[in-house]
Design a protein around this ligand. Structure first.
Ligand SMILES: NC(=O)c1ccc[n+]([C@@H]2O[C@H](COP(=O)([O-])OP(=O)(O)OC[C@H]3O[C@@H](n4cnc5c(N)ncnc54)[C@H](O)[C@@H]3O)[C@@H](O)[C@H]2O)c1
Length: 420
């Protein structure tokens, strides 16, 4: 009999399993951690509730945690990112309870979160802090038994730091996003490539010669802008942070305020973690056929209620494209309902880069378990040795060797004596 679940269709499981195994081939670091976890069982007896995008890579993380002895349940961290075949395989082949259906409505999304919390976790794992938030708002009776949590993304870390500042956070959380092996690679190269992949799958447009406006030049924005340029697009960056704006300019991008760029962009991509970066005043200026999409965590970066309100009519013209006709007759096309484009219309980040993020997740979970009761209640960084360990294993798997300091160099770097 299958473990508890709410997934689209268990008959999809076989295809899901092939895809999970396909991803595993590109996740050598996580596989090595899984093999060690199988022997050492560092998570024995831990109930773990994870709210993550249900993808092939997440399936391999869940298998790793399970191999370590954890009793894992999974719920989706976004209503559109679930891969239904993967959810079915996790239930059928790996006996991991999953509550996630691609396209679920808001009520189902929250019901699924609730069911994941009914597991009474000792450790939470979040991508966007929805589990932690739900726990602190509506399930406070569960807080006592929680040892700690981990958080995967920038937006989640921002929410948690706000909770910490307001003295609301009730257990320690490790900000996996802040590990170097996570944001330097996943946010930049993962989001960069998979957002362009999502854009192309959703629309089938030619990138060459397009005016692409990237809103936000953080880790994700750098990746998206660079990859769009690589495909021949003419890229403009918009920013609110002067340092990042200079960086974009010196990286060779046009930099302009959104009020200006709105008039000439063919495609607008938000990656800020902020709210209403594209608003009615911008939609009004857009060219006929302009496309707006988002790869930031929540669907608030584009003012969708504002877009709906000003439109004369709306038509679904492709699976991931809704066309809004403006009062001036021009059409603005919203992709993937303004949700994470790379996970809605494509498959999210390639496994090769999630290997590092999820290796850091697995090791951060082991760290939280080992330090049960010892961690201060706040948002913690990932210990430097985890960054070092994951990088070394990844380099080895890539067949890349690096140099070691000579004893003379080590002395030189540690002493202040030698000068001019
Ligand atoms: N799609 C994915 O798979 C994926 C992966 C990782 C992170 N994310 C999400 O992407 C978002 C960005 O993450 P990041 O790591 O790049 O964050 P970051 O903090 O490095 O960068 C965000 C940038 O946006 C800028 N910004 C904020 N408001 C702005 C505005 N109104 N106009 C222009 N720029 C503005 C900030 O100054 C900053 O430079 C977050 O929501 C994060 O959770 C998504």
């Amino acid at each position: 009999m299958a473990v508890e679940h709410d997934v689209r269709d268990l008959k999809l499981a076989t295809g899901g399993r092939y895809r999970i195994e396909w991803a595993e081939r590109d996740m050598p670091v996580l596989r090595q951690i899984r093999e060690r976890f199988e022997k050492e069982r560092p998570l024995e007896g831990v109930r773990l509730s994870a709210c993550l995008h249900i993808t092939t890579e997440t399936a391999n993380l869940a298998r790793t945690l399970q191999a370590g002895g954890a009793d894992v349940v999974l719920t989706a961290s976004n209503p559109l990112s679930t891969q239904d075949d993967v959810a079915a395989s996790l239930v059928s082949h790996f006996e991991i309870p999953v509550y996630a259906i691609k396209g679920e409505d808001n009520a189902t999304y929250y019901d699924h979160l609730k069911r994941a919390l009914d597991h009474k976790p000792h450790i939470t794992m979040d991508d966007g802090a929805d589990l932690v938030s739900e726990l602190h708002k509506n399930r406070t009776e569960l807080l006592n038994t929680i040892v700690g949590g981990t958080e995967e993304t920038t937006t989640g870390v921002i929410r948690l730091r706000a909770m910490e500042r307001n003295n609301l956070l009730k257990f320690p959380v490790i900000a996996v996003n802040d590990a170097k092996v996570k944001h330097l690679f996943d946010n930049r190269y993962g989001t960069g490539q998979s957002t362009i992949d999502g854009l192309m799958r959703a629309t089938d447009i030619l990138m060459a010669g397009k005016q692409v406006v990237v809103i936000g030049y953080g880790w994700c924005g750098r990746g998206v802008a660079t990859r769009a340029r690589g495909m021949g697009a003419l890229v403009t960056v918009t920013e609110i942070d002067p340092v990042r704006a200079i960086e974009a300019a010196m990286d060779g991008f046009a930099v302009a305020p959104i009020a200006q760029a709105a008039a000439y962009g063919d495609v607008f991509i938000t990656v800020t973690g902020n709210k209403h970066c594209l608003r009615p005043e911008h939609f009004k200026k857009m060219k006929d056929g302009a496309m707006v999409c988002n790869s930031g965590h929540f669907d608030v970066e584009i003012d969708i209620p504002g877009l709906k309100k000003m439109a004369k009519s709306v038509k679904k013209v492709r699976q991931y494209v809704d066309e809004f006709t403006m009062p001036n007759g021009r059409r603005v096309r919203l992709l993937a309902e303004g949700r994470l484009l790379n996970l809605s219309a494509a498959e999210g980040h390639p496994a090769c880069v999630m290997d590092m993020s999820f290796a850091a997740q697995a090791l951060a979970t082991e760290f939280a378990r080992k330090n049960e009761g010892k961690l201060e209640i706040k948002v913690h960084g990932v210990p430097e040795r985890i960054d070092q360990q994951v990088s070394k294993l990844k380099l080895k798997s890539m067949g890349i060797a690096i140099d070691k300091l000579t004893p003379e160099q080590e002395r030189y770097l540690n002493e202040s004596g030698e000068g001019t």
